[in-house]
Write a protein that binds this ligand. Structure first.
Ligand code: 26M
Length: 848
């Protein structure tokens, strides 16, 4: 009977329409007469999801049958953005179509809907802060595309990263309740509930057990982890992988006892405590706050995920020693490091393995990726807080540390300094702390950085002593990448089409093999091709002008008549002092003052335009809610925008825009519209950056420092095609020293800018408003070296203007050559590197 009723995928227009109407009428209980765009979005999603689930089932069955080694990607953040357009592009319904998207578009049109409008109804799944979360999203796309048996594990936050409003120039955070209308992409697995324990104590009343032998942890609080699954479709393959996110819910037994005894208040409290675990994403990017609830989130997620992984492993009845042959667990930064300790606990306490046998299994299973060298971002937990929440885990950490330090002592006898430097426990006042990065290193067989410069830097700075202890083979590099499906095809369909034509690849197979783009170089000088290339860019700029208009109460800021000769200069990323949005806006102020000065000294507007041609300086990004300086930078940008945009004297030569609520779906509009983007972090601070790759893949040029992946981008696309400036990372230490101990002069360009800010040009009602920004440079040591890089920044910007406005063909040529050589930065290449050098896993291809 089962076979007779096999559920089939829809494969053509008829099939889709049947599904669509079925979902409207039965799942949503509506009719075509009251089906609005939102309902059309839901029905389309449910229909496409049906297909994905069939492929998902087949993928999972295939993997169970072949039983290969699997990858588990543990990330506290998955910044997925929207799912529908991506699913339409990736899934292959409609046999002869390159994708099912055109077919669905046509169907919807006939049903009276516009696909673009329908797509916009989907809220972003914004379960991440920035780079690290989006990297996880790109990686699971590439793993599915390459048929790697891989699952992602994370948390199903009810509230993603806050929505940003700008009120009177200030950032205001509002909650992002993304599940308001339900979520057609998630499959609630109520049958998969994992109990997770917190608090309590370790029972040694038997008088025999030591911390190294099986121990009894008597937990104090128990919650349940419920699984929610999200299908992850690969491109041009029927592989559909899984992203499993956990939601916390209260156990029933627990409440019921209290409830029955009349203790209503406490029973409700416990309920709310449980639900609060997965309520919110912490909105910090590169900053560790050390809050108990955050540690609770981490353990909840690690315990549930490991339990799930182990359950699956146990079904194969293999001996524990084979776990590392079957399972690779990747730690996305230190956030999941508790999984290392939890696996050791399961093996020793529950499975009764010998400590050392267990530990060699653990370290062969895990690998750790580092994403930052900044001290304030490194996770450390006070042992008081830690031991209260996870008493048994703290014991295990002490024992891990004990054996590790013995090993160190054996290699470097009597080097007590070294021992204290590498200890997983930091001795510091007022309290000792667990250093999570050190625990992750000791618990893994490989540690990687995310760009060459960064991977070298961690070996020389924060992890130097560990290179001494383990040798350098344990430390490696995997340069980040991005998925070209979302960041080229989905964000910039017209460019993908043009490239497909140029490569004689109308079905766009290059999206699976990005190094093929090198063939584009042949067209770089072709005037016809240049014209087509430029037209795509101009159209993308018009679309961004629409978005800017929408977010500016319907008032146009960008002059559409001059779209082609207005240089769109964009910096969109989290607001952070190290990323130096302040330097960018200072540069804008410098330009504005220079233009005003020319006019004052009698130049005509034409003469001004010659020196300072049309430019739109566009910003976007969120500040962590508690990050005062970052919020002040946002306010400064908005204050400058207000003055500059309203200044009739400079006509429309300079515009400043802050786009509120930068997120993945806005990035898909913003990035394809850039002529120039800014990646100008203080050298040595940005681990990689990934938007730099996205901008170049969309034909934008870069102004940037010699930092993160900018270095390798330069190597790939050629130094003629990127505008680099500024001091190198090897000089940062000395420059900082000079600021602290020697008298350093401000460069005149910067002095002038700071003076105008101080005089209240941009805050007439409160001239002191931006004083902290100025003081950080003038009085507090200019930690991010704005004053050291400002002159070369301004000079490089002038070079940019010259090339863009007087050698436009050369500019377009640079743009084409850049895209031709950006193939290396496909996340497909990253996943291959991880698979071969760290995970030791192979693809499981579907039968065709
Ligand atoms: C830590 C503690 C408590 C709460 C939150 C955090 C936390 C959250 C996110 C810390 C760091 C977080 O993300 C850091 C991040 O996004 N790093 C970026 O990773 C990218 C991918 O590798 C790199 O390209 C960027 O250079 C790097 O800044």
């Amino acid at each position: 009977i089962w076979n007779k009723h096999q559920v089939k995928k829809f494969e053509d227009k008829e099939g889709f329409e049947g599904r669509f109407i079925g979902h409207v009428e039965t799942t949503l209980a509506r009719s075509l007469y009251n089906c609005d765009d939102l309902a059309a979005y839901e029905s389309t999603s449910l229909s496409v999801r049906d297909n994905l689930i069939i492929d998902w089932n087949n993928t999972q069955q295939r993997i169970t049958a072949r039983d290969p080694k699997r990858v588990y990607y543990l990330s506290l953040e998955f910044l997925m953005g929207r799912a529908l357009d991506n699913a339409l592009i990736n899934s292959q319904a409609g046999s002869d179509e390159p994708t099912s998207r055109p077919m669905v578009e046509k169907s919807l049109d006939e049903l009276g809907f516009n696909l673009e409008d329908v797509l916009k109804k989907e809220p972003d799944a914004a379960l991440g802060n920035g780079g690290l979360g989006r990297l996880a999203a790109c990686f699971i796309d590439s793993m599915a595309t390459q048929n790697i048996p891989a699952w992602g594990y994370g948390l199903r936050y009810e509230y993603g990263i806050f929505a940003q409003k700008i009120i009177d120039g200030y950032q205001v955070e509002t909650p992002d309740y993304w599940l308001n209308f339900g979520n057609p992409w998630e499959i609630e697995r109520n049958e998969i509930q994992v109990p997770v324990t917190f608090y309590g104590y370790v029972d040694r009343s038997d008088g025999e057990s030591t911390t190294l032998s099986p121990s009894d942890w008597i937990g104090g609080e128990r919650v349940l982890a419920v699984a929610y699954d999200f299908p992850v479709p690969g491109y041009k393959t029927s592989t559909v992988n899984n992203l499993r996110l956990w939601k916390a819910k209260p156990t029933t037994e627990f409440d019921f006892a209290k409830f029955n005894s009349g203790d209503y208040k406490n029973s409700v409290d416990a309920q709310q405590r449980a639900e609060s675990i997965t309520a919110c994403l912490y909105p910090n990017d590169n900053f560790n706050q050390g809050k108990e609830l955050r540690l609770k989130q981490q353990y909840f997620w690690c315990a549930a995920s490991l339990h799930d992984i182990i359950r699956r492993f146990k079904k194969t009845s293999r001996p524990w020693s084979e776990l590392p042959d079957q399972v690779a667990i990747q730690l996305n930064d230190t956030h999941p490091t508790l999984a290392v300790v939890e696996l050791q606990r399961v093996l020793v306490d529950l499975e009764k393995l010998d400590w050392h046998k267990a530990w060699s299994i653990v370290t062969a299973t895990f690998s750790y990726a580092n994403h930052t060298v900044m001290q304030e971002a490194l996770e450390k937990w006070p042992i008081g807080l830690f031991g209260h929440l996870l008493p048994r885990h703290l014991e295990i950490i002490y024992d891990i540390n004990w054996f590790f330090l013995q090993e160190v002592e054996k290699k470097f006898p009597k080097d007590f300094d070294l021992l204290s430097r590498v200890s997983i426990i930091e001795e510091c006042s007022p309290e000792r702390q667990v250093r999570m990065a050190y625990l992750a290193i000791v618990g893994s067989h490989k540690v990687n950085g995310v760009a060459e410069l960064h991977s070298e830097l961690i070996k020389k700075t924060i992890f130097k002593d560990f290179v001494k202890v383990y040798g350098s083979q344990k430390f490696t590099n995997v340069t980040n990448g991005i998925t070209p499906r979302r960041w080229l095809k989905q964000a910039n369909p017209k460019l993908a089409e043009l490239i497909g034509k140029a490569l004689n690849d109308p079905k766009q197979n290059f999206l699976l093999d990005m190094p093929k783009l090198t063939e584009l170089a042949k067209k770089a000088d072709d005037p016809e091709f240049q014209k087509a290339w430029d037209l795509v860019k101009a159209n993308n700029k018009l679309q961004l002008a629409d978005l800017i208009k929408d977010t500016n109460n319907g008032v146009d800021i960008i002059d559409r008549e001059h779209i082609k000769d207005t240089l769109f200069d964009i910096q969109v990323k989290r607001i952070h002092e190290y990323k130096r949005q302040q330097m960018n806006i200072f540069g804008v102020i410098y330009r504005y003052l220079a233009m005003k000065k020319m006019l004052k000294e009698g130049s005509t507007i034409e003469e001004v335009a010659k020196k300072y041609p049309r430019k739109a300086s566009i910003f976007g990004g969120k500040s962590a809610p508690g990050y005062y300086m970052a919020k002040l930078i946002i306010k400064l940008i908005n204050s400058v925008a207000e003055i500059v945009n309203d200044d009739a004297e400079i006509v429309d030569l300079l515009k400043v825009v802050f786009i509120p609520d930068y997120n993945v779906s806005k990035a898909e509009i913003i990035i394809p519209a850039s002529d120039l983007s800014e990646h100008i972090s203080t050298a040595g601070t940005e681990a990689s950056g990934t938007s730099n790759m996205k901008f170049v893949m969309n034909g934008g040029l870069i102004i940037g420092t010699v930092d993160g992946a900018n270095v390798e981008i330069t190597r790939e696309i050629g130094e003629d095609n990127i505008f680099l400036f500024g001091n190198l990372s090897e000089h940062v230490e000395e420059l900082r020293y000079n600021h602290q101990y020697k008298k350093t002069e401000l460069p005149p360009e910067l002095a002038q800018v700071l003076k105008s800010i101080e005089s209240g040009v941009f805050s007439p009602e409160n001239p002191n408003e931006f004083k902290p920004l100025i003081d950080s440079i003038k009085s507090h040591g200019d930690y991010y070296l704005v004053s050291d890089d400002f002159e070369s920044y301004v000079a490089t910007q002038e070079l940019v203007d010259e090339v863009y406005h007087t050698q436009k063909n050369d500019w377009i040529k640079k743009s084409i050559l850049s895209v031709a050589n950006i193939g290396f930065f496909s996340s497909d290449r990253c996943i291959e590197e991880y698979s071969e050098t760290i995970w030791n896993v192979e693809p499981v291809k579907p039968e065709t």
